[in-house]
Ligand binder design. Structure first.
Ligand code: PBE
Length: 278
C-alpha cells in the first residue's frame, strides 16, 4: 500500500456522513483501477495520526477540526481563509488539502423547542446565563470527542463563561443524542449540523451568538507523496466535492440514519444517479 503501487488506504471516522464519503470515494477510485482498502470507524485523532504516519493515504476531513483541534490555532471565521490556512500549515506535515466542498458540518447545541421557550433560551449566551443561575439542573448529552476537544465543550464553556456540572454530562454515541433529547432524557444535546435528525425530532439549534464554532467544510486530506504519484486522485474526487452541498448531505444521511438503508447502497446509487459512475 502507499507509494509505488496502485493500492490506496482510505480512512473514515465513526459517523454515517464519513462512511458515505469514504464509500463514494472508494467507488470513484476503484473505477479507475485502484485497489482500495477502507479503514472506517476511526476517531478523529486516530485517523489523523494514521494519515500523518502513512497508514492511511487519504480521508475526508473538516477544516475547523484540523485548524483548531489538531493544530491548536485560533478559529478563522471565513471558510475560504480557513481552508487556505490549513492547506498552508499542513504542508510541513506532508499532507495536502484538495477539493473543499460547501458542506459545513459544524457542531451545534440542541434543545426541544418547548423547553427552550419555557426556559427563555435561544442562544448559547442565554444557555450560559441559565446554567449560571441554576447550576446542576440541565443535563447535557455529548459524544466523547466533543467533551474533550479544544474546539468542543471546553471552548464553548470558556467563551460563554459557564460550566455544566460534571454530574450533568451524559456521554453517548453522537447518533443517539437526538432521540434521547426527544424522549426528554436530556435537556441539551450536541448535534452535527448535517444530521437530518435535528429536523426529524423537531430540535432547535441554539444560536452561537459569539461564534465559538469555526467553519467545518469537508475536503480531501491526502498524503502529499501519494498525490504527487497519482495526481488523478484530485480529478476523481473533484466532481464529488463540487456537487455536494449541505442539503444533499442531509438527504444522504437521512436515507441511512432514518430510513435504515445501507451506506453502500445509498452511496453507490447517488453516484450513478448523478453521473459520477456508470
Ligand atoms: N465535526 C462535526 C466533527 C464531527 C461532526 C465535523 C465538527 C468532526 O469530525 O470533526
Amino acid at each position: 500500500f502507499g507509494a509505488g503501487s496502485n493500492q490506496l488506504t482510505l480512512g473514515a471516522k465513526t459517523f454515517t456522513e464519513q462512511q458515505l464519503l469514504s464509500e463514494m470515494t472508494f467507488h470513484l477510485l476503484e473505477n479507475e483501477g485502484y485497489n482500495v482498502r477502507q479503514m472506517s470507524n476511526l476517531g478523529s485523532n486516530v485517523v489523523r495520526t494514521a494519515l500523518e504516519n502513512g497508514q492511511v493515504d487519504l480521508y475526508w476531513e473538516y477544516t475547523g477540526t484540523a485548524l483548531v483541534s489538531y493544530m491548536g490555532e485560533d478559529p478563522i471565521a471565513d471558510p475560504d481563509d480557513a481552508f487556505a490556512e490549513v492547506k498552508r500549515l499542513d504542508k510541513e506535515n506532508g499532507i495536502d488539502w484538495i477539493n473543499v466542498s460547501d458542506v459545513n458540518n459544524t457542531y451545534t447545541l440542541l434543545m426541544r423547542q418547548e423547553e427552550a421557550d419555557e426556559l427563555g433560551i435561544e442562544t448559547l449566551s442565554d444557555l450560559a446565563d441559565y446554567v449560571n443561575e441554576n447550576p446542576n439542573t440541565l443535563s447535557f448529552g455529548t459524544d466523547g470527542e466533543f467533551a474533550n476537544r479544544p474546539d468542543g465543550l471546553p471552548s464553548v464553556e470558556e467563551t460563554y463563561d459557564f460550566a455544566f456540572g460534571a454530574g450533568q454530562l451524559r456521554q453517548m454515541d453522537a447518533g443517539l443524542i437526538y432521540e434521547a433529547l426527544y424522549n426528554e432524557e436530556l435537556n441539551v444535546g450536541l448535534g452535527y449540523e448535517t444530521d437530518p435528525r435535528i429536523d426529524q425530532y423537531d430540535l432547535i439549534p441554539l444560536e452561537d451568538d459569539q461564534s465559538v464554532f469555526p467553519p467545518y467544510n469537508v475536503a480531501v486530506t491526502i498524503n502529499e507523496d501519494v498525490l504527487t504519484e497519482h495526481p488523478d486522485i484530485e480529478v476523481l474526487t473533484k466532481e464529488l466535492a463540487d456537487k455536494l452541498d449541505i442539503e444533499i448531505m442531509r438527504q444522504l444521511n437521512y436515507e441511512v440514519d432514518v430510513e435504515g438503508q445501507s451506506v453502500s447502497i445509498v452511496a453507490y446509487n447517488w453516484l450513478v444517479e448523478n453521473g459520477l459512475l456508470e
